[in-house]
Design a protein around this ligand. Structure first.
Ligand code: ADP
Ligand code: MG
Length: 325
């Protein structure tokens, strides 16, 4: 199989929304009038972002999911994506499964593959997504307001639980591991919630590097601080909701670490004024996405954690940084 056979067989389908898709030197897209293009890239590197034995189906899913999560955080509707792929060799079974995972998620979000690049090399997957958002309506990190409520979608910490268990740090019951592993390997980007929050949320970010670090980006960009209720946050550990998982496994600090700096969650953290509580609730119900209010924006810079009694607690979390370790 040649490079071009490979592209034709696994990564070419007729263009639907795009004016021109795979096959020429450039793809062409026509943004609808009044819309801005939202663009984001994320790269997955073998050994760095995934284990070499992860299923290619999951990898196809996750490579696109982490990108769609960025569109979700901006309140953008997915339109298309490009795929730059370095492959050690042409493995038909791998390619078949990888593309199946990729197409399944792409179709779920009507996001079409419009081009890319394919080369031989160490396994590396880089996707760039394009989305549309009405002019001026993108959700940004920089506009959280004093007094805003702070919310988190879905649940946090599962991906980290799965990662730690897979690395042998502890054992999880099979059903808990299966659930957590799905969250690690096939995260569901919160696209519907993101677009439903347009005009409601004052700021948003997707939690890929941990709540503490990512919420910290909103605080810094907005020039504000926050108080977060750790009891509300700890209940975000997924598993608490519907799995009888072994809490005894963790000391409190470890629970906090998992929730606040676990990473790979792909949930949304966002802010909205208290007057918008009904609208946030409606957006959550309308998109069938759980949303939890965990804190409030304050003027004093920094992130303060308080317990159920309102007492400040001290804890330090490291946001994931590729160059920090
Ligand atoms: P160029 O020589 O201009 O870089 P290529 O020969 O790399 O173009 O690619 C040929 C066509 O196939 C282009 O339209 C490109 O966008 C598309 N393409 C290449 N690799 C991929 C891929 N992995 N997925 C989707 N489209 C791809
Ligand atoms: Mg090329």
């Amino acid at each position: 199989m040649t490079e071009f056979d490979l592209i034709a067989r696994y990564f070419t389908r007729p263009a639907r929304r795009a004016a021109l898709g795979v096959g020429d030197d450039c793809a062409l897209i026509n943004p609808a009038p009044g819309m801005q293009l939202a663009i984001s890239s994320d790269m997955l590197v073998e050994g760095r972002h995934f284990f070499s034995d992860v299923s290619p189906y999951s990898l196809g899913h996750k490579a696109l999911a982490v990108n769609l999560s960025d569109l979700a955080a901006c309140g953008a509707t997915p339109a298309g994506f490009t795929l730059a792929l370095a492959l050690p060799s042409i493995d038909a079974v791998w390619l078949q499964e990888f593309s199946r995972g990729l197409w399944a998620l792409a179709d779920r979000h009507s996001c079409e593959l419009i081009g890319g690049d394919t080369t031989q090399g160490p396994l590396n997957i880089c996707i760039t997504v394009f989305g549309e958002v009405p002019r001026g309506c993108a959700l940004l990190r920089s506009s959280a307001q004093l007094g805003d409520d702070i919310y988190v979608s879905g649940t946090l910490g599962d991906a980290r639980l799965a990662l730690d268990a897979l690395q042998g740090k502890f054992e999880l019951p099979a059903d808990v591991l299966a659930h957590a592993r799905l969250r690690l390997e096939q995260p569901a980007p919160r696209v519907a919630l993101g677009t439903a929050l347009r005009g409601i949320a004052t700021s948003a970010i997707d939690i890929s590097d941990g709540l503490a670090g990512d919420l910290g980006h909103i605080l810094k960009a907005s020039g504000v601080g926050a108080q977060v209720d750790i009891e509300a946050a700890i209940h975000l550990i997924a598993a608490c909701a519907h799995i009888d998982w072994p809490k005894a496994l963790f000391e409190r600090q470890e629970l906090l670490n998992t929730v606040f700096s676990g990473g790979d969650d792909y949930e949304l953290a966002f802010t909205a004024p208290p007057t918008a509580r009904g609208a946030v609730q409606a957006a959550a119900v309308g998109t069938q996405t759980a949303v939890t209010r965990i804190g409030v924006i304050e003027s004093e810079p920094g992130l303060r954690l308080v317990d159920a009694q309102g007492q400040l607690i001290t804890a330090r979390f490291n946001s994931f940084d590729h160059f920090a370790r």
